[in-house]
Ligand binder design. Structure first.
Ligand code: M6R
Length: 616
């Protein structure tokens, strides 16, 4: 998830005192600062000037470290703040990217899935690349389109290039000598701001809200040309009218996408973030996965044991994954809380793979475990959200979860993307080791492909969850239960609720209730159960009944098509096989959120907690 902005024209040029408004460069720079929550590992600007042509300034680091070039006659500009997906956060990988001649500059949000093929073809045709990014193919394709057809202008070229790209993108392009910004959107957000003498474009309205509230939302497949105060939108080559809406939010709410809290926004971002996680990695036809992990051939097949190390929510993602590794790859997989990890005597380090799961990549306990694994001589792999983080430097290879920045202390979308990434890794392992046949792999990948849509269906049920939170939110304590893949989800559900509501919440293996915790169960302690595929729903339901017999209200996340008439509340989970418990977790996230919100808790910054725990 990156932030992009473009501006063409004069902002506030008619101020009462007759002074000129702010420069294009300054407005673009401020817009980037407003978008920094979407990514913040590098930033850049391209300005088009009637005297000097196209000027690009870009560098790794935060937006406020970027100096805006001082130019006299700038007419329009584009800018980008980056959250790395391809290539580390270096100056060269920062956007904008340019063509060979330096006449065309492009900023991009999303992932070009076929960039390797395109890059190979372009290099073979003589184009020179200077970055590791997928984005850089776009200006070169534009250059190619302009060279192929001398009558083509920037709009024609972007229209042509748009048909060559696979994946998701929001693109803004400028060209020296062309008095427009040309934009295109497919799968990544893009909104146009309509000023009197200026037009804006950005990943979201936060970027330009201080200048205009009149906006046009582009749809997938749209290409638009922006002049100062004039916008033309095309779809399939034909002009279309996308209308103009007025944004009512204030800037603070706009940054949260109109939500009251980042946590709720991030819960709702899961369909998009999961799409990014999966983009270009699933080959459903063949049952194969491409995760870019760089182990030499044969290494995965040679692994005898996988040890997953992690903390908190990431630990629960690891517990989910361990079951998938054992099922898909037939390999022994253990999960250890990172602060408790020691490489056990008697194990074979060079046939053990230690997988460190950490959203931030900076958790001290997890880094400590990685160092112990490295010292023992084990192979190490990081699963993280943060390009260039410490864990990526201290492990042999990395699989990125690509969830985009998560601001709320409570991990939500990163949990979903961790599990999805680890599930792909488990399939990769299974295929490499010959333990998972193509037909079974295809079926798992189908389920993964269905994940974003299934999560959206759950989000559409939010009102029912809010209602349940209203009814049961003031209970004495909350118990979450599940079996098999339902166990990590029950544990994660309890963690989410306790950390943001400060209520007593615990997760149990459903079968263990009767071995002790049942003593805590009363009519004041609702039980929330994972009753889906992959979670042994029938047996779990028996444990739910044990709790109900002691008076506990029972809420269940139930596979669509199944019904347990005795539940007090039933949430339907779309049928997506082994990832159903992960989808059920979205109900638990919403439940935690609404219980905590009704109590007025500091949801995004719960007391005593930090987003990244960098002390052991
Ligand atoms: O950055 P990490 O994934 O390594 O963080 C580990 C835990 O601190 C983290 O998952 C924590 O439990 C969550 N923020 C809780 O919601």
């Amino acid at each position: 998830m990156c932030g992009i902005i473009g501006l063409i024209g004069d902002v506030d040029a008619r101020e009462a005192n007759g002074e000129p408004g702010p420069s294009v460069g300054d407005v673009v720079h401020q817009g980037l600062a407003n978008l920094e929550y979407r990514g913040y590992d590098s930033a850049g600007i391209a300005l088009v000037d009637t005297a000097d042509g196209l000027t690009v300034a870009k560098q790794s680091g935060q937006v406020d470290e970027l100096a805006v070039p001082e130019l006299d006659a700038v007419t329009h500009g584009i800018g980008h703040t980056r959250w790395s997906t391809h290539g580390p956060p270096t100056d060269a990988n920062a956007h904008p990217h340019t063509d060979c001649a330096g006449d065309v500059a492009v900023v991009h949000n999303g992932i070009v899935e076929n960039y390797e093929t395109l890059k190979n073809d372009l290099e073979a045709a003589g184009h020179t690349f200077t970055s590791d990014t997928d984005t850089e193919v776009i200006p070169h394709l534009i250059e190619d389109a302009l060279a192929t057809d001398p009558d083509a202008d920037l709009l024609d070229a972007v229209r042509r290039v748009e048909t060559q790209l696979a994946g998701s993108y929001a693109i803004c392009a400028v060209r020296e000598g062309d008095d427009r910004i040309v934009v295109a959107r497919r799968g990544s957000p893009l909104v146009i701001g309509r000023g009197t003498d200026a037009s804006f474009v950005a990943s979201d309205v936060t970027a330009f809200l201080e200048h205009t509230r009149e906006v046009t939302y582009l749809e997938d497949g749209d290409v638009a040309a922006l002049n100062a105060g004039r916008v033309q939108v095309f779809h399939g080559g034909e002009p279309v009218d996308r209308g103009v809406e007025t944004v009512e939010w204030e800037a603070d709410a706009a940054e949260k996408g109109g939500y009251d809290h980042y946590m709720r926004k991030e819960i709702h971002e899961q369909p998009e973030s999961l799409r990014q996680t999966l983009a270009g990695r699933l080959d459903v036809e063949s049952g194969d996965v491409d995760l870019d992990v760089s182990f030499p051939p044969g290494v995965l097949a040679d692994v005898e044991e996988i040890q997953i190390v992690a903390c908190g929510t990431s630990y629960y993602a690891g517990r989910y994954a361990a079951q998938l590794f054992e099922t898909f790859a037939g390999v022994r997989a253990t999960v250890e809380i990172a602060s408790e990890y020691a490489f056990g005597a008697g194990r074979t380090p060079d046939r053990t793979l230690v997988v460190a799961v950490t959203q931030s990549g900076e958790t001290a306990d997890t880094l400590g475990a990685v160092r112990r694994a490295n010292a023992a001589g084990a192979r190490t792999l990081a699963v993280t959200n943060t390009v260039g983080s410490t864990v990526t430097r201290e492990t042999d290879t990395t699989a990125y979860i690509r969830a985009g920045p998560e601001i709320g202390v409570a991990a939500t979308k990163t949990f979903a993307s961790q599990v999805a990434t680890l599930a792909m890794l488990a399939v990769l392992f299974g295929r490499d080791r010959g333990a998972l046949g193509a037909a079974d792999a295809r079926s798992v990948l189908e389920d993964l492909r269905g994940l974003p849509g299934a999560v959206q269906q759950v989000l559409d049920e939010e009102e029912a969850v809010r209602e349940a939170a209203r009814e049961y939110g003031d209970s004495e304590a909350f118990f979450f239960i599940g079996r098999a893949l339902g166990v990590p989800v029950a544990l994660e559900g309890a963690l989410k609720l306790k950390e943001i509501s400060y209520d007593h919440a615990e997760g149990f293996t459903a079968g263990e209730l009767k071995h002790g915790p049942l003593a805590l169960v009363t009519s004041e302690t609702p039980v929330l159960a994972v009753l889906t595929e992959g979670a042994d729903a029938g047996e779990t339901m028996n444990n739910v009944t044990e709790a109900q017999t002691r008076g506990a209200p029972a809420l269940g996340c139930v596979s669509a098509g199944e019904a347990y008439g005795t539940l007090d509340v039933s949430f339907s989970v779309p049928n997506v096989g082994v990832v159903e418990p992960l989808v059920a977790n979205v109900y638990l996230q919403l439940f935690a959120y609404h219980v905590a919100n009704a109590k007025g808790r500091a949801i995004d910054k719960p007391r005593n907690l930090a987003k990244s725990v960098t002390v052991e």
